[in-house]
Design a protein around this ligand. Structure first.
Ligand code: ABF
Length: 250
């Protein structure tokens, strides 16, 4: 009985992880199939979901002989592009993108997003701002009614010399608790692709209902490089659902 229960527990623990991975895959593949056509400039996001999208993209580029220029949003994205034999572009040469496809930590009914949980946000926001369309790909756990309903922190990328004053300022102005994100080994702070630190802003409940307003106010604080709030940027989201379907929202 003990062994049976252990096996059952083990399979329960592993079940959601497996289905979340396949949910990410179907969302990313659908987005690539719907938005990629020949001769476009495409922004490649960061995180685990976009990996499936890049694999599908590489397959389509090979099979259909497509000419796609890929603009990365991070070190990870750059190497995903190179490792999959895709054409690496840069904003200097291609300042206007047709589409950018990226993951998110949370995405609300108006397609406002929280991003940066994986450590990338600045380059993602720059690339998204240069794209005619930003498309979000995610599993169903990222789909929420309002921001911070499910994801309980907002990442903020800051200049290393300013992290203490910024933390103090935001806590006194808006409340909550800002924590310096540490690297994986916890030996020092997590350093972004741009040489900055990340403050994760935790709070009880939600800090505001006006995320656009609060984003603007935080962006005014000297030393804030950018926030993980992507307000009014995404045009469409694809969510991989637990039942194997893909929910499309725009
Ligand atoms: C990046 O990857 C980040 O902005 C976001 O935090 C994260 C989403 O990753 P995943 O696809 O692994 O959920 O895009």
């Amino acid at each position: 009985k003990y062994t049976f229960n252990l096996i059952r527990l083990f399979s329960q623990v592993n079940q959601p992880k497996m289905s979340l991975e396949s949910a990410k895959r179907i969302a990313a593949e659908r987005a690539i199939d719907n938005h990629v056509k020949d001769n476009i400039v495409l922004g490649i996001g960061s995180g685990s979901t976009i990996v499936y999208g890049v694999q599908r993209l590489a397959e389509r580029v090979r099979n259909e002989n497509l000419n796609i220029i890929c603009i990365p949003t991070s070190f990870q994205a750059k190497h995903l592009i190179l490792d999959n034999g895709l054409t690496l572009g840069e904003l200097d040469k291609n300042p206007v993108l047709d589409v950018a496809i990226d993951g998110a930590d949370e995405c609300d009914i108006e397609l406002n997003c929280i991003k940066g949980g994986g450590g990338c946000l600045l380059q993602e926001k720059i690339v998204a701002s240069c794209a005619k369309n930003l498309i979000i790909v995610a599993d169903h756990t990222k789909n929420s009614q309002y921001l911070t309903e499910r994801y309980k922190k907002i990442p903020i990328e800051v200049s290393p010399i300013a992290y203490v004053p910024i933390k103090t300022r935001i806590e006194s102005l808006f409340g909550g608790d800002l924590k310096l994100r540490m690297g994986v080994a916890k030996a020092g702070p997590c350093v972004t692709d741009n040489g900055n630190f990340i403050l994760d802003w935790f709070f009880e409940g939600s800090p505001t209902t006006d995320f656009d307003g609060i984003n603007r106010e935080i962006m005014m604080i000297p030393g804030v490089v950018d926030t993980g709030l992507f307000i009014g940027m995404a045009r469409k989201a694809y969510y991989g659902m637990a039942d194997g379907s893909v929910l499309e929202k725009e």
